[in-house]
Design a protein around this ligand. Sequence first.
Ligand code: KG4
Ligand code: ZN
Length: 324
Amino acid sequence: MLIFGIETSCDETAAAIVKNGREVISNVVASQIKTHSQFGGVVPEVAAREHLDAINVVIEETFAQAGIQPNEVDAFASTAGPGLVGCLLVGLNAAKTLSLVYDKPYLPVNHLNAHVCANFIDSDLKPPFTCLLVSGGHTQIINVSDYNEQEICASTIDDATGEVYDKVARLLGLSYPGGIQLDKLAQSGNQTAFKLPEAKVGDDEFSFSGLKTAVLRLIQTFKGAEIPINDICASFQETITSTLIKKTVKMARRNSSNTIVLAGGVAANSRLREKLYELENDGFKVYAPKMKYCTDNASMVASCAYFNPIKTDNPLEFEVFSRG
Ligand code: KG4
Ligand code: ZN
């Protein structure tokens, strides 16, 4: 089964064709990073307009790279939410239009489920597993008992992991998008240079606002002297990844699950991946998406449309939603 997927929930205009949820035939991503970096973050109206400008080219390129005609795909899918409404509308209407023109089903997809499904691409992963989902808008531990059965067992009570990365990066004067830059600088810093706090919250909660404030206070102590940016990045990265992994392991043990999976943009983080792979020494089977399928892309959307589309009797009537 060939599914054509579209992703436009934030600042990437992306399309892909995926076979049976696991094999990527073509994958195209047009990033808006250059546009938004001048504003230091994503401007929703600007993002929606850029999606509109890019969508047709991205769709055509996806078919061209695959050497497949639109009438050869079995279904069209798009992210319906959560995300920026104006942005989501562009992808959803493009996918619905293709589905009407070529008389094939339209499958709406939840963006968070799509991030989880990025792990099925080029892999043999099968449920059940415990998934740590860490993106710009979400931080959750999910107990995935089957392809379309899952339960959130922990989530953040304030900032999402990617959001904290981006905010701390901004405090340090790094350019947007900060998460990936912070990760790079952390790799040449001393992770034990500064002791930063881990929030004392329940096993089913994450809280990062205290950590963010602690970094701000730490920066302020330098009072104009040169700030040891790499050491601060490394210490921050060590603290946050250690919290994330510790809680995920605890939840996996509680769920009697021996498979741990990463998902979301922050799954691209070098230290988080290192710590994940270290869990193999404790007897866990571990999975993380390939780097290009961690941050927003449409292959994960097409995969999710195959394994776990949004259940609805009337897909063509299904509308975008901002929160989920
Ligand atoms: O999943 P994603 O592409 O978009 C959302 O659905 O939110 O995640 C984007 C987030 C951003 O906050 C970005 O800074 C973060 O993922 N990110 C990283 C890294 N690469 C992307 N954070 C830390 N280390 C990275 N290497
Ligand atoms: Zn995302």
